[in-house]
Design a protein around this ligand. Structure first.
Ligand SMILES: [Zn+2]
Length: 311
């Protein structure tokens, strides 16, 4: 058993593996494994912040659209009288493209990446704080704050940030593409300009739902990744699947509730496709992995025991 441990007293840090081991031994007693005595919370506050941030970003698309809509309307009105010509289509597409460039100009000063990263850092901090509570409540050991600073989660955070920037900047591009297609197809199928105008407006219509969906999905994913990393690092090899925080538990997850799985062998969450994943890694999933502490594999990093007055 490797319990690299630290003992801290009034801000002072020193090795005291024996003390840590003594507390752990006592907690396990006659049991070989201990189930988590704490259920972590989800980073809901950060989720809301993230959703707001995405909405503010997309609102610039709305502003660009509002600016160029009268030009589009005018074109469609004219087309209603004369009929849609190839020149008319080219002109409509030009307007849409100008609108997109206007959006890019409005957003080029927004430091999307650093904003997303800052939210990711907050999310990681909360996930780690919850993990530390689980360790403290279940086996009575504190983990030094410093342990999770620096390199430990940098890679997870960097990848997550990159994926999220990509997701968000892709959205306006998708809307642009849709608008272009609507005009093009409308022309080919002889659709009325009124109908095209309505479809263009609908394509632009980003909604808060998308922002909420991304914020919720991505924060849960980050939380799940940090949880897995922290538990594996502490020698936790298995967890209990818990659907406790999942308000709309899908059947594929409900059957997993309370069952025990290995971090090396995620269960099937979708029978049709055979897709496997850990709690929180599925789309919109809010299930959590409750750690199972096994005395044989446990290696609590940088742990210390708080001294009481009687020590
Ligand atoms: Zn779930």
């Amino acid at each position: 058993m490797n319990r690299a441990s630290l003992f801290r007293k009034r801000g002072e840090t020193m090795q005291n593996e024996n003390e840590v081991n003594k507390v752990i031994r006592k907690k396990f007693g006659t049991h070989r494994v201990l189930h988590s005595r704490y259920t972590g919370r989800f980073p809901k506050g950060i989720e809301r912040e993230y959703a707001k941030m995405i909405k503010r970003y997309l609102e610039h698309f709305g502003k660009a659209y509002t600016k160029y809509k009268p030009v589009l309307d005018e074109l469609f009105e004219e087309v209603a009288k004369t009929g849609l010509t190839p020149a008319g289509v080219t002109y409509a597409q030009k307007i849409i493209y100008t609108m997109y460039n206007d959006f890019l100009r409005r957003t080029n000063r927004i430091k999307l990446e650093s904003k997303i990263k800052a939210l990711g850092i907050m999310g990681e901090k909360l996930s780690i704080a919850e993990w530390k509570k689980e360790v403290k409540r279940t086996i009575g050991i504190n983990i030094l704050d410093d342990y999770y600073k620096g390199e430990f989660y940098r890679q997870t955070l960097d990848q997550w940030t990159k994926d999220n920037v990509n997701l968000i900047v892709t959205r306006p591009k998708e809307i642009l593409g849709k608008m272009m297609n609507i005009v093009q197809n409308g022309f080919l199928t002889g659709e009325t300009s009124d109908s095209i105008a309505k479809k263009v407006a609908a394509a632009y219509h980003y909604d808060m739902y998308w922002a909420k969906f991304i914020a919720r999905d991505q924060m849960a994913k980050l939380n799940a990744d940090v949880t897995e990393q922290a538990q594996r690092d502490a020698g936790v090899t298995r967890y209990e699947w818990s659907t406790s925080d999942d308000s709309r538990v899908r059947p594929g997850h409900a059957v997993l509730d309370g069952k025990i799985f290995s971090w090396d062998d995620p269960p099937i969450v979708d029978r049709k496709t055979g897709r496997r994943c850990h709690p929180g890694q599925d789309y919109q999933c809010r299930c959590i992995a409750l750690p199972i502490f096994d005395e044989a594999t446990l290696k609590i990093p940088a742990g210390y025991v708080e001294r009481t007055k009687h020590d």
